[in-house]
Design a protein. Sequence first.
Length: 124
Amino acid sequence: MKLYLGVDLHKRNCWVTVMTPEGEVRESRSLSTERESLLGYFGKAAKPAAVAVEATFNWYYFLDLIEPLGLELHLVCPYKTRAIASARIKHDRLDSRSWRSCYARASWRKPGSPRGRSGSAGNF
């Protein structure tokens, strides 16, 4: 069964929510953005899995670490996440869950490769 991981990424930490295709939350937790912590967590993720992260200032760093692990990576277009930005209740846990619904609405984009190489990541 394919799992979907939504990541609300910040400078020092992130919130990760793991969901089934039916929307059942399997896990929801805070995680440090230190290299060892991210590699340890995402390296153990059951495959196949799709990982979604909003295209924020540090998505390059995140993608560079996670890409070699063989997970299906997607960027969430910030313009498609207005519901999150304008939500009355703002919480990282809720944000990371919302990335899964963005996938269902085809708001995720697969990045070709980071740092200016060709790919859909720059087509926002």
